[in-house]
Design a protein around this ligand. Sequence first.
Ligand code: PLP
Length: 428
Amino acid sequence: MRRPHSHNYFMKAVSLMPGGVNSPVRAFKAVGDDPIVVTRAKGDRLYDADGNRYIDYCMSWGPMILGHGNIKVLNAIRKAVRGGTSFGTLCPYEVRLAELIAHAYRSIELVRMVSSGTEATMSAVRVARAYTKRDRIVKFEGGYHGHSDQFLIKAGSGLATLGTPSSPGVPEAFASLTLTLPYNDPDTLQRLISERWREIAAVIVEPVAGNMGVVPPVPGFLETLRESTARHGIVLIFDEVITGLRLSLSGAQGVFRISPDMTTLGKIIGGGMPVGAYGGKKEIMDMVSPEGAVYQAGTLSGNPVAMAAGIATIKEINSGPEFYKDLEKKTSHLVSGLKDAARLTGKAITINSIGSMFTPFFTDGAVCDLASAMRSDTKLYAGFFRRMFEKGVYMPPSQFEAHFMSIAHSAHDIDRTIKYAYEALREL
Ligand SMILES: *Cc1c(COP(=O)(O)O)cnc(C)c1O
């Protein structure tokens, strides 16, 4: 596949932007290639600056559950744009989207719209700290909650060691307020909480981890989390920026039937436009300004065009009774095809999947936390990625990312993906 135009754009981009991109993983550093430069996308396909076609399993990192350029969403955006692009006032679209969210998420009594997942999580933590009058938070190794300082924390070693910054620019003092625990380890969690609950404002968790590759919770993990936080007055925050509207209309909390105190949303609720949201119990959300004293604001929050895209997306999801079943069927067909391809070519691959998200880990052991995910052969994944990319399949350019299926993925393209995966694995 030739990509001279893409290459030229990237060279120019590198001279103008850090690493040539506006978000790091787009640069393909982990797979050692020039990044894809996309000019257009439709359905399950991306088209690059050289006119090459790719079947897309990245789907803008999650938001495009209806596929790219869904006509209903585009029409809703067009209609909204005709009325103006930003008012800086309350507008009916915000009320409608808030209503749809409250309807889908019983745990969300009040919601605040923001413009990204990062804003949602950092705001939720501020509110939780104010509510509990405690300062520390707990997150899990391999969990990603956007790029605000308090979340860019490496695990210390052993139980309840203080976090250390995983990025320069994050003060040690901030990092020390974040405690890090292994994912899927209810015993360690329980021990930490029973020892240190007086200091802990919130536990934030991806109820299905998606940012170390896909790692579903083991039975008992979320239940223990819910029970022990409730017992000690700790705010449980489900970061459903990926899983919200992905695993079901009511996210992972709907699937696992666990009700967090607060929820953060993003990605799909913006229908491909920049939107985030956080919400939860009225008693907690009443702390938020101007009702309460916790300050949080946004010039473009509740933007009418972005709200319209989110509303149209939810409407489309609701329009057929089998939306999530269809998505899951497509995904399990692809996953079982990939498993067969791995078996036939003698490659050690463990595929984690749930709903319409999955990750093929290049390891033969079970992957249930960051440590086991890290046992994957990232070099082999990079080789697999590059071969698939050359054949016209765009998977996430890192071993530790979720692959996403959309409702627009055709049986034909899924079958081609399986065939290419078999060829790619045989070549490796
Ligand atoms: C993507 C993501 C975020 C951050 O959202 P942005 O819109 O990229 O700021 C937060 N939490 C999770 C779980 C995510 O996957």
